[in-house]
Design a protein around this ligand. Structure first.
Ligand code: B3K
Ligand code: ZN
Length: 874
């Protein structure tokens, strides 16, 4: 497979102004008729050949302006159809046959639980019909879907239904019209035996919108939260961005087999059922919040993505980074803002930093790719969102809103670039963003080394910042970035933020300084007492910042910082220092000694008056094994696991009564609601239970057992079952697992959780369990949710067992990748990720991991898997 380069971008030679499609559905032989209204692009040269994308299509007929083409007038290969000579404007008619039933890649038209559905982003439409399948070709669509009146009573497509009727032989049809020009990747079709839940929404300007969520009948009781989230998101976008919905109908459909979370098809969002269905007894708080944010995310795409779309797939972050930023702000406004930030950053620093440090590192705007499906990454999405967040902080909220208004107005109905977006922000703010643009082209995580010095004699605080971005594959020389660093100086006597004066200018007590050079010095004057600096508040830039904090400094910030995010971060840094010592002790075989400052800091937290209980739950949570690993020069999974468990046990032993009190104070049998107060209380209660279970005394086991048996809500049940399953008490764990598995055998989303709980067990026999569960009737390699729950969770989260020294964990993953490479290349390529990180481990593991990558490479590979494996072994 050959790479595609950004620098090769050329506008299309031919445009489609209107697309008419007719689907005659059949599982093995669906007929698709397409009538494309086409015209030559004004800048294209006379006589340019017409090239259409098409894969896995059987061409039945082809005609231009009603005249069938002779065999010498066109050519077809595995990827495209070429017609050498076409008029300036013309109608192209084609008919093709496709087989949804054998489409296991879940790209294009496929079947899921007996229903027909589509996934076209990025390049799936070419598996439906011959078409210029690129986002800069935007057309209005008219779609007729024909199906069986008994097995497909519901026939959906984008836009509004304009005609329906019955046909001979028990068939019927519906015709849909989508008046908004759109690229082919936003096309959608759903047909099956579905039921709907309906609601209404009146937009700010008075448009009446019908909202529908379509599900299988047994899921009718699981749509309330998604519907409420949708309405909140619609209202929020009107207030925050002045954006209204633009059709009379908005539909969401839940499907069981889906590669991603959801898809923003115009007027017809298709969702992985895991990203839309909730019920207190089947979904955890985390799942409720995820549904809320994904429903919002897909809805927000209606403007950031659909009305204004991407010129080419290199601009993917234009819609994804911006839309993630929008959904993050929405969730922050709807729930606890500091907790939302803590959760997002803690995930980001674990997973995106790891991507940036590995062989698949790429800029937010890559300059080449082999398979665009491999670029739906944490870098494009989450780092893209961080960059938009920096922009919004740099220009300020008012200019940011003016800039986004300008962007949506100027480019409505167009396919544009990242430059177009940033130019609007520059125009609206008058701030020069040229150096800032480097964030889009330069890969890797910038590192800042900070040093500070307080001069008691004249009251100056001198802060020196040095930045450096490590080399990434193919990018060796990095330039200095424009990095906004939000900070405060916290007085060690007063515990308060001190007023800041820089170059004679008063800046309040919390300000942003701009690091643009490789090294810069900032001298704050009139600093009345010795401060501890609180740096990179709110994670104001996606960088690693090092500062030689002493443990007292960190304990001080944990108790006093006015920035909630940095208070939490100080606690994490303090725990990290203790963990580093313990990891070293474990490696050197010396006795582990607990840092009493961590115990005292936790004791203080557990006894202080804290108004944000959700933040407290975060503060009491130790950094994850994956995060700790990210901080080590060489990852020692066993030492990390042992050190972290040691800290948990010591904290639990020292603070047992505090944790018990915390548990009881937050235990309630009020009816479940996914609201911030209840979520915070459950969070605290379950953190306390985790610590108590770290010592596994009878009281703790009794609490966990009772919490499981009470069966009050899935958050509590799942947490208790996880703790029991991960404990040494198989006598209690096994019956609980069995009962749970039998009770929920009919519910695939709960069975996913049942799989995940078991495969994260720390016990060494877990690998056999993974292999055993792969044969369970509820498991299927063809269902991405199952693959993620069982294999993805094991490889990504059960670090001690995946990295077993005999290589059995690696072998199991490679076996699955090899099988999935044939079935579903997109999922196969994603699954390889843990193996690509081999460079971070000891030599023995490196060799074992590389051997598995080699074994995969020896197969006949899809472009997706090929690209990842080649990079990993480069
Ligand atoms: N835009 C979709 C991505 C689907 C891509 C699959 N290859 C989901 C989202 O970001 O909203
Ligand atoms: Zn998106």
């Amino acid at each position: 497979p050959k790479p595609t380069y950004l620098s090769d971008y050329r506008p299309p030679a031919y445009r489609v102004t209107h697309t008419e499609l007719t689907f005659d559905l059949d599982a093995k032989a669906t007929r698709v008729k397409a009538r494309l209204h086409m015209e030559r692009h004004p800048q294209a040269k006379n006589g340019a050949a017409l090239e259409l994308d098409g894969e896995r299509l059987t061409l039945i007929s082809i005609a231009i302006d009603g005249q069938p083409l002779g065999e010498d007038e066109y050519s077809v290969d595995a990827e495209r159809l070429i017609i050498e000579s076409v008029p300036q404007t013309f109608l192209l008619d084609t008919e093709v046959e496709i087989s949804p039933a054998s489409n296991t890649a879940l790209s294009g038209l496929y079947q899921s639980s007996g229903m027909f559905c589509t996934q076209c982003e990025a390049e799936g439409f070419r598996r439906i019909t011959f078409y210029p399948d690129r986002p800069d070709v935007m057309a209005t669509f008219s779609t007729t879907v024909i199906g069986s009146a008994t097995t497909e009573p519901v026939l959906l497509a984008n836009g509004n239904p304009v005609e329906r009727g019955s046909l001979p032989e028990g068939r019927h049809f519906v015709t849909w019209d989508d008046p908004h020009p759109k690229p082919s990747y936003l096309f959608a079709l759903v047909a099956g035996d579905l039921e709907k839940v309906e609601d209404r929404f009146t937009t700010a300007s008075g448009r009446e919108v019908t909202l529908q969520i379509w599900v299988e009948e047994e899921n009718l009781g699981k749509t309330d939260h998604a519907m409420a989230s949708l309405k909140r998101a619609m209202r929020w976008d009107e207030h925050a961005y002045g954006r209204e919905y633009d059709l009379d109908l908005f539909m969401i459909v839940a499907v069981n087999d889906f590669n991603m979370g959801a898809m923003e098809n115009k007027g017809l969002n298709i969702f992985n059922s895991a990203a839309v269905l909730t019920h207190p007894h089947t979904a955890t708080d985390v799942a409720f919040q995820r549904v809320e944010s994904i429903v919002a995310h897909e809805y927000f795409h209606n403007w950031s993505g659909n009305r204004v779309t991407c010129r080419d797939w290199f601009q993917l972050s234009l819609k994804e980074g911006f839309t993630v930023f929008r959904d993050q702000c929405f969730s922050a406004d709807t729930n606890s803002a500091p907790v939302k930030r803590i959760e997002d950053v803690s995930f980001f620093r674990t997973a995106q930093f790891a991507e940036d440090a590995g062989p698949t590192a790429h800029p937010i705007r890559p300059d080449h790719y082999i398979e665009i499906g491999n670029f739906y990454t944490l870098t494009i999405y989450e780092k893209g969102a961080e960059v938009v967040r920096m922009l919004s902080n740099l220009v300020g909220p008012e200019a940011f809103r003016r800039g986004s208004d300008l962007y949506f107005e100027r480019f409505d109905g167009q396919a544009v670039t990242i430059e177009d977006f940033v130019a609007c922000m520059q125009e609206a703010s008058g701030i020069d963003l040229s150096q800032f643009m480097l964030w889009y082209s330069q890969a890797g995580t910038p590192e800042i080394d900070a040093h500070g010095e307080y001069d008691y004699a004249n009251g100056d605080y001198r802060l020196i910042l040095r930045q450096r971005t490590p080399a990434t594959p193919g990018q060796y020389d990095k330039q200095a970035l424009h990095i906004p660093v939000r900070l405060g100086l916290v007085g060690t006597k007063s515990g308060r933020d001190l007023p800041l004066t820089l170059d004679g200018e008063s800046l309040g007590s919390d300000t942003v300084i701009h690091l643009r050079e490789e090294e810069q010095e900032f001298v704050f004057t009139d600093v009345s007492e010795a401060p501890v600096p609180s740096l990179l508040r709110g994670f104001s830039a996606p960088v690693k910042l090092r500062f030689p904090y002493g443990r007292e400094d960190l304990a001080f910030l944990l108790a006093n910082d006015s920035d909630g995010f940095n208070r939490w971060d100080a606690g994490q840094r303090l725990a990290m220092l203790a963990l580093d010592d313990l990891i070293a002790a474990h490696r050197n075989g010396v006795e582990k000694v607990m840092d009493t400052r961590v115990v005292e800091a936790f004791r203080h937290l557990l006894n202080a008056e804290i108004d944000d209980r959700a933040v407290l739950a975060e503060m009491l949570t130790l950094p994850s094994e994956a995060y700790i690993a990210e901080q080590q020069p060489l990852v020692d999974v066993d030492a990390i696991h042992a050190a972290r468990n040691f800290v948990k046990q010591r904290l639990a032993t020292a603070l047992r009564d505090d944790f018990l009190r915390l548990y009881k104070a937050n235990d309630s049998d009020a009816p479940y609601a996914p609201d911030p107060d209840q979520i915070a209380a459950r969070g605290l209660k379950n953190v306390a239970l985790s610590y108590l279970m770290a010592i596994e005394d009878e009281d703790a086991i009794e609490l966990a057992r009772k919490q499981f048996a009470a069966d009050h809500n899935m958050t509590d049940v799942r947490h208790a079952l996880t703790l029991l399953t991960h404990s040494s008490r198989d006598d209690i764990a096994e019956p609980a697992l069995k009962a749970f598995g039998e009770k929920w055998a009919h519910d695939p989303l709960v069975m996913d959780q049942w799989f995940a709980i078991q495969v994260t067990r720390p016990q060494p026999d877990v690998l056999d369990r993974v292999a055993f569960l792969m044969k369970h009737p509820a498991f299927s390699l063809k269902n991405p949710n199952k693959v993620r729950a069982l294999i993805g969770t094991f490889a990504g989260q059960n670090r001690v067992n995946f990295h077993r020294l005999d290589g059995a964990g690696y072998r199991l993953l490679a076996d699955v990748v090899i099988e999935l490479n044939r079935l579903n290349p997109e999922i196969a390529a994603r699954l390889i990720t843990p193996l690509t990180r081999w460079a971070r481990f000891d030599e023995t593991r490196q060799d074992l991991m590389k051997a598995e990558l080699e074994r995969i490479r020896a197969e006949e590979l899809s472009p997706n898997v090929f690209e990842v494996v080649e990079k990993a072994l480069a």
